[in-house]
Each structure stands twice: as structure tokens, then as C-alpha cells.
Design a protein around this ligand. Structure first.
Ligand code: ADE
Ligand code: ZN
Length: 348
């Protein structure tokens, strides 16, 4: 994104940057920048629908979730080898290091790749290799959230789980959670009730997208039927006041993605986004980038754009960062040093 946007000159930019933050809602396939798409397409001799990097970037004008998903799945077709998955993931870590991200919980969509004949081992090996190197080289820890595509059937989700389970031991330091993403409307949580029940039995941590384009009822379904611990997006929860009260009382985190909501027209204007209103009611709101290459900004951009549009105070920005650490799947012992670093940084 150009540095000419008004929020790039935000007076709290360096303050926000130095706060230790976790990113809890990030699709690794959504970090593929057009330049890397072109490089990988050339490497793998794959034809693209756009003549140039600029033409591809110019196509990133979306009218809704599906118009984005069409480009996102097309972009992911350039990923073939373990090294491609590694390059994509390491590029993300290098980019967010400067944003002050200390921990990330990364979603990946195996079905987008296995449906093209890429083995699930290749997908895991490339992404996990970069996660392990980033921990050592950059000090960024991570977990992986294997996500099912909700426009496909539950039987296909089960088949993906079965294919992935033999790899669980090899990647037990990273793969600890299950998610649900892709086209929301018409694909309600109950469609995946049995596979989520199985994942719970297997002691995976559970999250799901709900209440992005879909109704508040899908958020209730994600909590009651899928038994998730966090809601990805969840911004439409506000349409159901009893649900809002429940989310606050039960301290359920929403992983909100402001620039994504703007680009996909979930909101018309960041200045009217409900994240500030919900935060001020003590809901556990976190800020995240979703698919940063497609939506015009990484984690710091999401904090800055929100701070600018919604007049967030220093205290509120610290609360958002604290929420991100507390709502992560890190153990209390692992959270403790990050939280004390945050308290220290909040006095700067
Ligand atoms: N997959 C990648 N980004 C997504 C989003 N914002 N909603 C649903 N599925 C997605
Ligand atoms: Zn998402």
C-alpha cells in the first residue's frame, strides 16, 4: 500500500509498532503478493489470467466475499513445491517482523492444494519449515490452524482430516487447531457438526469464521454446535443483543479484520466499524489482517487505519494488543513474558 494514506502519518505509529502483538486471523494463501505470484508462476510454468503484476493488483477491487475468493483461489494455483510454500510463508514473517508481531496463528487451506494434486505433506512441510525458521531467526512463534473449506462437503472435510492426521506427530509443535473458512452464506456451521465433534475428541483447539457476511445465528451455531473457542470476524453478532452479552460474559474473542471488512464491503466506511463500540463494551476484540496482500495492509496497517478512523486511544490500542495475546492459544506461562513486555512497552 502506498505510504500516502492519511493513517500512515498517524502520531501513534511508532507507539503501536513497538507494542508486542499477536496475529490470530491470517490466511497464509492471502499473503501471496502479486510479485511472488508472478515469480512462482514462471518457476512452475503456470499461465496467469493477467498480463502483469500491475494488472493483477488492479483487479483487487471486490464487491463481496465471493468476488475475492475467486481471485484468492486462482492466485494459490501457483503454489506447487515445498519451496513455494516456504517462500510464501517466510515472506509473511519477514514482512510482519517490522510490525511488532511476536506470535501468529496461521490458517491454511489444504483442500485448495490437494484438489490440484499437491500432496498434503508438501503443504505442511513448506509452511512448517518457515514457521520453525522464523522462530529461530526472527523470534516470532506460531501455531497452525488447518482450515476446512465450507463450500465443500463435510465428507471432504473428513477426508482432509484423515489425510492430515498421520502428520500430527511430526508437526505437533505447530498444528494445534482447526478452522472453517470460504463462502459463508448457505454453508452454516451445522454442515460441519460431525467433523468438528471429531476434531474436539482429538483435542484440537477450535475456531471458525462466522458473522462476516453470514447472520448472527451462524455465530451462535459456531459456539453451540461447533463448540469453538474464538470467532473469526463475528462483526454481525451486534445484530443480536443477547449474543453480544454472551460474548462479553464468556470472554469469547472476535478476530476482527478491519481492512478486509472494508475491501469486501462488510462495512462502507471504517469510521462506522463496530469494533470500537464493541471494544468499549468490553468485548474481547482483536485486530488482524485476514488476507493482507489482497486487502491493502498487514497487521500494523490494520491498527493504524482503525486508530485513525475510530479515534482509538493509547489505552484502547494497548487493550487490543493485550487481547491478541490473551486470546491466543499460547499457554498462560508462554503468555506471561509477552504480557509483561506489553505493559513495559505501553508506558513508552
Ligand atoms: N478465506 C480467506 N479469507 C477469507 C475470509 N475473509 N472469509 C472467508 N474465507 C476466507
Ligand atoms: Zn478469514
Amino acid at each position: 500500500m502506498e505510504d500516502t494514506l492519511p493513517y500512515h502519518a498517524h502520531p501513534l505509529k511508532s507507539f503501536i509498532q513497538q507494542l508486542p502483538k499477536a496475529e490470530l486471523h491470517l490466511h497464509i494463501e492471502g499473503t501471496l503478493e502479486p510479485e511472488l505470484i508472478f515469480e512462482l508462476a514462471k518457476r512452475n510454468q503456470i499461465a496467469l489470467d493477467y498480463p502483469s503484476v500491475d494488472a493483477l493488483r488492479a483487479a483487487y477491487e471486490f464487491t463481496d466475499l465471493q468476488s475475492f475468493l475467486d481471485l484468492y483461489y486462482a492466485g494459490a494455483q501457483v503454489l506447487v513445491t515445498e519451496s513455494d510454500f516456504y517462500s510464501m510463508t517466510m515472506a509473511y514473517f519477514k514482512r510482519i517482523h517490522a510490525d511488532g508481531v511476536v506470535h501468529t496463528e496461521i490458517m491454511f487451506d489444504p483442500q485448495t492444494h490437494t484438489s490440484r494434486g499437491i500432496s498434503i505433506e508438501t503443504v505442511f512441510a513448506g509452511i512448517a519449515g518457515a514457521c520453525r525458521d522464523a522462530r529461530i531467526q526472527l523470534g516470532i512463534s506460531s501455531y497452525l490452524i488447518l482450515s476446512f473449506l465450507r463450500h465443500l462437503s463435510e465428507a471432504e472435510a473428513f477426508a482432509t482430516l484423515e489425510a492430515a492426521l498421520p502428520l500430527r506427530n511430526k508437526y505437533s509443535d505447530l498444528w494445534i487447531a482447526i478452522g472453517l473458512d470460504s463462502a459463508e452464506n448457505g454453508n452454516p456451521p451445522e454442515k460441519f457438526a460431525r467433523v468438528y465433534a471429531r476434531c474436539k475428541e482429538l483435542e484440537f483447539r477450535l475456531v471458525a469464521h462466522a458473522g462476516e457476511e453470514g447472520p448472527a445465528q451462524y455465530v451462535r451455531g459456531a459456539l453451540d454446535i461447533l463448540q469453538v473457542e474464538r470467532i473469526d470476524h463475528g462483526v454481525r453478532s451486534e445484530e443480536d443483543p443477547e449474543l453480544v452479552k454472551r460474548l462479553i460474559d464468556e470472554k469469547i474473542a472476535l478476530t476482527v479484520c478491519p481492512l478486509s471488512n472494508l475491501k469486501l464491503r462488510v462495512v462502507d466506511d471504517l469510521g462506522t466499524h463496530n469494533l470500537a463500540r464493541l471494544l468499549r463494551q468490553d468485548m474481547r476484540i482483536t485486530l488482524n489482517s485476514d488476507d493482507p496482500s489482497y486487502f491493502g495492509g498487514y497487521l500494523l496497517d490494520n491498527y493504524l487505519a482503525s486508530a485513525h478512523a475510530l479515534n482509538l486511544s493509547k489505552d484502547e490500542l494497548v487493550t487490543l494488543a493485550r487481547n491478541s495475546i490473551e486470546a491466543s492459544f499460547l499457554s498462560p506461562t508462554e503468555q506471561a513474558p509477552l504480557l509483561s513486555r506489553l505493559e513495559q512497552a505501553s508506558t513508552n
